[in-house]
Write a protein that binds this ligand. Structure first.
Ligand code: 5GP
Length: 244
């Protein structure tokens, strides 16, 4: 696969064209930003960890019947993915109160929710990814009713699959963000699934193993990403065998 022109550079990733117009290379950087890019930094080898973690999780989710943009891991920092027309929505699913939900409702972090909370956010850096509902999406034509129901069902499936996956690795899946896109008349899970986009707490200790260590200056940021990678890959063969 030949790496072509740079198509897009975001905060944590770069997309490159390939010789196949339907495929692009997703390259993971070490750059980290938080609070709508007001805080910036570098997390050593974050790109390597996130590429490997995302690759393993995409393979796992495909095995659980969730269609994704993932084709294959190319090297330490890049993966080959299908080129999506991104739906301008971010889906957030929450199992435990933290971050945005704690702030929105004035709640303590750590309350275990009776059922998962599903949120749509409009993907806009300028507006800080505001919380919206189905009516906003339909009225603005950002996605159709059918697309919303496909995305919602896939997101619920992802939550169930990832909760179980991390439970086996002594990690609680607190919350996460997903993005979807259109590809040849289907809807695929896109972007990445990594400690940049999930909150992961070690079971028992509630030690944070995700980007909150960077956002909140908690230290040992690199170690947390490495720990997640170790736990994800450590049992990857076992998990694949168990799901057969
Ligand atoms: P919150 O709404 O609490 O800030 O975020 C909920 C979850 O989604 C967290 O796991 C967080 O990492 C992820 N998330 C939400 N918005 C973004 C975003 O714009 N970028 C990234 N990397 N993650 C996000």
């Amino acid at each position: 696969m030949i790496q072509g022109a740079k198509l897009y550079e975001g905060k944590a990733k770069i997309l490159y064209a390939t010789d196949d117009p339907s495929l692009v290379i997703q390259y993971f950087k070490d750059d980290a930003t938080a609070f709508n890019a007001q805080k910036r930094g570098t997390i050593m080898d974050k790109g390597v960890c996130n590429n490997r973690i995302s690759s393993a999780l995409f393979v796992y989710l495909e095995s659980r019947g969730v269609p994704t943009h993932f084709v294959k891991q190319l090297d330490d920092r890049s993966m080959l993915v299908k080129r999506l027309e991104i739906v301008p929505l971010e889906v957030t699913i929450r199992n435990i109160v933290a971050g945005g939900m704690a702030k929105l409702l004035g709640l303590e972090e750590g309350i275990v929710l009776e059922r998962a909370v599903f949120e749509w956010h409009y993907k806009s850096d300028a507006l800080g990814d505001p919380l919206i509902n189905d009516d906003h999406v339909l009225a603005m034509g950002w996605a159709s009713a059918e697309e919303l129901s496909i995305i919602r069902a896939a997101s619920v499936k992802v939550n169930e699959a990832l909760k179980a996956f991390f439970l086996q690795r002594q990690i609680d899946l607190v919350d996460f963000k997903l993005e979807f896109g259109r590809f040849q008349r289907s809807i695929l899970l896109g972007d990445e699934i990594s400690p940049d986009t999930m909150r992961l707490w070690e079971q028992g200790t509630r030690r944070k193993l995700d980007k909150d260590r960077f956002r909140r200056d908690l230290g040992s940021v690199e170690e947390a990403y490495q720990e997640v990678l170790r736990r994800v890959l450590g049992d990857a063969k076992q998990a694949t065998a168990a799901s057969r």
